[in-house]
Design a protein around this ligand. Sequence first.
Ligand code: PLP
Length: 359
Amino acid sequence: MAQANQHGGNVLDMALASGVDEASIVDFSANINPLGMPPSLRRALAETWALAERYPDPLYRRLHARLAAHHGCPASWILAGNGATELIYDLAFLLRGKTVLLLSPGFAEYRLALEGMDCRIREYRLAEHDDFRPDPRLLAALGPGIDCLFLCTPNNPTGQLIEPDLMQAITLRCRELAITLVVDEAFMDFIPGGVSMIDSLSGLPAVFVLRSLTKFYAIPGLRLGYMVSSDGQAVARLRERRPPWTINAFAALAGEVVLDDADYQRDSRQWLQEQQAYLFTGLHALPALKVWRPAANFIFFRCLRPGLDLQGLLLRQGLLIRSCANYAGLSGEYYRVAIKDKADNRRLLDALRKVFAHG
Ligand SMILES: Cc1ncc(COP(=O)(O)O)c(C=O)c1O
């Protein structure tokens, strides 16, 4: 199931393939908050090593209660998981044998999980001339043959949000046609004032919202995500079929701590506001790139110089960016970079200028 090169963040693999020292690589390929984990969590972890000596609560009651309080919904609507990834595989189990519409380009794990459960995949291609934004044509693609639609907002890798009006129209159409709707909001915490589908779940039982805490709170190695749905029965079924203890005690603790760290949330938004503008402006000024305006903490672009292996050329300068060649609907001309701190972002811009000056 796990594939070495499917995602960004695989620094070891790229170091082994290129011969560049792993420790010297700056990773722009995984979209993780460069502020690192919240200081409140760092302190809590340092004080709770003894948690490793006990089994976590198999029902994760405190964690679910904290997440429920955060969203103002019943705890029975929530299932936490070992990253949002575990929940994608849980949902694939619910959807086994069904026909699912996926938007491309999109996050690869949906297809892998669904195909593993014998789902039939239909594809809706996002068009470059529409800036990879879904538009009302998507409503027409939602016909009687479709059992489920997966959406990701903001979308990985293109970084575009789905407009609230369109989201509402999609939700209504799905309800009319009894289509299950999965909305992946893994990057929603990065959007100031971001409108979450979680706030509209009452009365929409066939909607499942995915959230990840690994990106905004910089804990991809701890792993924590959750799903919210007002279909308490479906949530309970998934809870019951789970192997016990898939969330380690420190990840569960993280979920109880990080949502209270208002200073970290404020600092993160401040960093993103400054560095999103800085990196976007710098990339946009490079005539060799076509850059899409980001909504979240990563930037998607196309290299207009044919045949240039930007990932390989930047790796020689110690910078790893995400090639989007393995996304359905994209090719080797497309890349995605995480927005990092000012020094790293400047290094990326300098490195790109150097590549284009020589290329
Ligand atoms: C759109 C999207 N959804 C879900 C995930 C999974 O995140 P997690 O680290 O919580 O498993 C990712 C990870 O990159 C992602 O990009």
